[in-house]
Design a protein around this ligand. Structure first.
Ligand SMILES: NC(=O)c1ccc[n+]([C@@H]2O[C@H](COP(=O)([O-])OP(=O)(O)OC[C@H]3O[C@@H](n4cnc5c(N)ncnc54)[C@H](O)[C@@H]3O)[C@@H](O)[C@H]2O)c1
Length: 254
């Protein structure tokens, strides 16, 4: 399947986990993948894996939290003739801990990466997509875009905000042919989840009991949902938050 051939897809935080898998899946669908990550080594590793599988990818090291760096990144795309017509706002970090002990630096870090980053990238991408006559943006939200959890104030706040950003941009940019959607994963088997479990900040057994399907999601299952929302067959879908969570947010019980 080459449903994205001729398309250029920027994926932020694509050096690891869900972002890396999304890069692999979109490249397999024929897109030229613009792999962004704050870690140069991680971004290169994703590009190497894609090239070895016969796909096309280019590596771009910068932080989505820095508005000047994001501006320069898009200017580089312009200079290379690679303005993206697909943007996946994936880069994100967790923020766990009691709110009464949350310091300004930690709060600012999560807000800058998880919320400001998608705004900076969407604004730059939106300008180019409007000029090109359309595009697709997929934000990576979370179950915490719709339901809350204790001791995760900064994370839940940013993920709820990304859900609203999705809807605001979808209706503002519909006339430009730009679709904006959100994929909201539940707990996924990834480096981020493993680190939370290893440092005692997440009880994986309790999480699996709480999920109606009783298992974590796989990064590929999230990537496949992103792919669908980038493809022409989802042309009438915009402003939507798609839960890929094994039933977590449907579950009002134990
Ligand atoms: N893993 C889960 O269970 C889960 C569940 C729901 C939502 N999510 C969301 O999915 C997204 C990806 O999560 P993951 O589990 O794959 O995480 P991960 O930690 O495996 O990967 C995140 C990547 O983002 C990069 N990154 C961090 N800060 C950056 C910055 N400022 N600029 C550019 N890149 C940056 C990291 O270097 C890393 O490669 C995040 O938005 C996360 O909130 C994850």
């Amino acid at each position: 399947m080459t449903t994205l051939s001729g398309r250029k897809a920027l994926i932020t935080g694509a050096g690891s986990g869900i972002g890396r898998e999304t890069a692999r899946v979109l490249a397999q669908a024929g897109a030229l993948v613009l792999v962004n990550d704050v870690s140069e080594t991680a971004a290169h590793a994703t590009c190497t894996a894609i090239a070895q599988a016969g796909g096309r990818a280019q590596s771009y090291t910068s932080s989505v939290a820095d508005p000047d760096a994001v501006r320069r990144l898009f200017e580089q795309f312009d200079a290379e003739g690679n303005a993206p017509d697909i943007l996946v706002n994936n880069a994100g970090v967790s923020g766990n801990g009691p709110t009464l002990e949350l310091d300004d630096a930690n709060w600012d870090r999560v807000i800058s990466i998880n919320l400001n980053g998608p705004f900076y990238c969407s604004r730059e991408a939106g300008l180019r997509m409007r000029a090109a006559g359309g595009g697709a943006i997929v934000n990576i939200g979370s179950i915490y875009s719709t339901v809350a959890a204790p001791q995760r104030l900064s994370y839940c706040t940013t993920k709820a905000a990304i859900g609203m950003m999705t809807k605001c941009l979808a209706l503002e940019w519909a006339d430009f042919g730009i679709r904006v959607n959100c994929v909201a994963p539940g707990y996924v088997d990834s480096a981020l989840t493993r680190e939370l479990a290893a440092t005692g900040r997440l009880d994986l057994a309790a999480v699996e009991r709480r999920i109606p399907q009783h298992r974590l999601g796989q990064a590929e299952e999230i990537a496949d949902a992103v792919l669908y929302l980038c493809e022409p067959r989802s042309a009438h879908i915009t402003g939507h938050i798609l839960a890929v969570d094994g039933g977590w947010t449907a579950n009002g019980y134990l």
